[in-house]
Design a protein around this ligand. Structure first.
Ligand SMILES: [Ca+2]
Ligand SMILES: [Ca+2]
Length: 208
């Protein structure tokens, strides 16, 4: 009988410790859960809205309205395509410029009337810094990329403006002639979806 009582006490203790662990784990999980908000899936509709964490909303390419927001507010905000480059992966999120700027990585807000449809995050040929224009800043960016181990373009294909498959000083010169001497337009074959076999070679860059 004594042994049996002892087992009961032991069993009760184990159960109590187990319950304590479960409740602590649940409490911890609640504390670490990211806040939920309305995630609008369509451009102008309130029909497709879920209450998700911001990361989950990005995964669904939705437009996250912010913490504790309401699905009734879908379609009432001004938003556009937000292009995000992180670890060489480019994703697109429909959001406001303010929220776009808070995303991790290189972010480019494309404008209020843009969307994430095909091509929404593809810069023009020669627009290395993806600011929407092709100008002297892109020439400097190209030279910096080749000689000073400067940052890589948003899409490296934008730097091969003469279309020979390499990034070299000839591309910077080509860009100068195109901008200031009314030379031929930049080519960038890698930006054309039909050139599936295109492979850009950056042998002139020896930084890493
Ligand atoms: Ca540019
Ligand atoms: Ca080239």
């Amino acid at each position: 009988m004594q042994i049996k009582n002892h087992n009961s006490v032991l069993l009760t203790s184990v159960l109590l410790v187990g319950l304590l662990l479960i409740s602590t784990t649940a409490l911890y999980a609640d504390d670490t859960r990211a806040p939920l908000g309305a995630c609008c899936m369509g451009m102008d509709t309130q029909d497709q809205c879920l209450y998700l964490e911001e990361d989950e909303c990005i995964m669904f390419e939705g437009f996250w309205l912010g913490e504790d927001s309401n699905c009734d507010d879908c379609g009432t905000e001004d938003y556009g395509a937000c292009c995000i480059k992180l670890n060489d992966n480019i994703t697109c999120l429909m959001t406001t410029p303010e929220i776009c700027a808070t995303q991790l990585g290189w972010t480019v807000f494309r404008g209020y009337d843009t969307d994430c449809q095909e091509g929404g995050c593809i810069p023009d040929c020669g627009d290395l810094n993806f600011d929407g224009g092709v100008n002297i800043l892109d020439v400097l960016y190209s030279i910096s990329l080749i000689y000073k181990c400067g940052p890589r373009p948003f899409m490296e294909e934008t730097a091969d403006v003469d279309g020979n498959g390499y990034i070299s000083i000839l591309d910077a010169l080509y860009l100068i002639v195109a901008i200031y001497r009314d030379g031929p337009d930049p080519i960038c074959p890698g930006l054309q979806p039909t050139r599936c076999d295109y492979q850009l070679i950056t042998t002139t860059r020896d930084c890493e």
